[in-house]
Design a protein around this ligand. Structure first.
Ligand code: CA
Length: 342
């Protein structure tokens, strides 16, 4: 009887321990499950907070613009030019300068003639024509086939066959030109705030002008449009039909984007604040957006003879000279889907 009672007591103790074990397991599981939900909730809150942070909004915009999120809205069409090749915007004032080659219509072999027929126009900030003949060619300071221009320290620089011409912006006074005897066909110009650079399409290279000291900066077959943005140097080739990143210290092999299949005669290039680009294709008759991924290309406008574009970053204005059409198109540049003017 005692033995039977003992056995029964042992069994009851076992059952109580088992019940306690299962109760505590269930409590642990419930507690664990609760912690898991808290973790999921915290993670969700984190994601929501990140999505609404300014950095993330910028990232999302950048990703959008990395795809195809810019569009052009026509503001005005300016007439009366003479084979305009380049629009150069002065970032200090918003005024823009237009180079006029002046050449017999559709005679491409005449666009590099030393004929003293060129002139420079000026647009007021916002893109209205201010002075069609702001600078005229003179026997003392001839303008032959002026193409790309840039501005550094109040001086307007222009590429004119084998010379870089210079004008004081305030006084209009011509400064002595800088000759580059080895140059074949100078084309576009850009400045990094210290030096100016000029491409030589015929000589397949880019020169650097440090003051009046000229040196070879980088080789590039058919070098045409050049631009410097945030310490990075980009160029387009009118014969290789591609965009290139160039070592800002000079030298080395330009790094091609690999987009040649999209273009037939690249001319101008500008970098947008989100790290993407706008390029003009003078023989492809279009202006395109190249996304920051360096792969996505989208046509923004189909335009006959779209030459070297100018960008007013403050007003988000893009100005496109139409070479043989002798007009300049002024566009507002908008992120896609935007309905407001910035
Ligand atoms: Ca050009």
């Amino acid at each position: 009887m005692n033995q039977a009672a003992n056995t029964q007591n042992r069994r009851r103790r076992k059952e109580r321990r088992a019940a306690m074990f299962f109760r505590s397991s269930h409590q642990r599981a419930a507690k664990h499950s609760g912690r898991r939900w808290i973790r999921v909730l915290l993670a969700l809150l984190g994601v929501v907070s990140w999505l609404t942070s300014p950095g993330c909004v910028g990232l999302l915009l950048a990703e959008d613009s990395g795809g195809s999120s810019w569009e052009l809205r026509l503001v005005s069409v300016l007439e009366g030019f003479g084979e305009p090749e380049c629009v150069c915007v002065d970032p200090a004032t918003g005024a823009a300068y237009v180079s006029n080659v002046v050449s017999p219509k559709y005679q491409a072999d005449k666009v590099n003639a030393a004929d003293g027929a060129g002139f420079i126009s000026r647009l007021a900030p916002g893109g209205k024509l201010d002075a069609l003949h702001w600078i005229d060619s003179t026997p003392q300071a001839p303008l032959n086939s002026l193409k790309g221009m840039c501005i550094l320290n109040g001086v307007l620089y222009g590429a004119d066959i084998a010379r870089v011409v210079r004008y004081d912006i305030v006084t209009h006074k011509a400064l002595p030109p800088i000759n580059i005897p080895a140059a074949v066909r100078l084309n576009d110009m850009a400045s990094d705030g210290r030096c100016v650079y000029v491409s030589d399409t015929g000589g397949h290279k880019i020169y650097r002008l440090d003051g009046e000291q000229v040196s070879e900066f980088a080789p590039l077959d058919g070098a045409n449009g050049i631009t410097v943005a945030d310490g990075r140097f980009y160029a387009v080739s009118t014969t290789q039909h591609d965009l290139y990143e160039i070592n800002p210290r000079g030298g080395g092999k330009p790094r091609a984007f690999g987009l040649a299949k999209h273009f037939t005669g690249l001319d101008g290039i500008e970098t947008l604040p989100d790290g993407s680009w706008i390029v003009s294709d003078v023989r492809g008759h279009k202006v395109c957006h190249v996304a920051a991924d360096r792969k996505t290309v989208r046509v923004l406008a189909e335009l006959q003879y779209a030459a070297d574009i100018g960008l007013d970053r403050q007003r988000n204005l893009l100005m496109v000279p139409l070479f043989w059409d002798s007009r300049v198109m002024v566009y507002q540049l908008h992120p896609s889907g935007s309905t407001t003017t910035r």
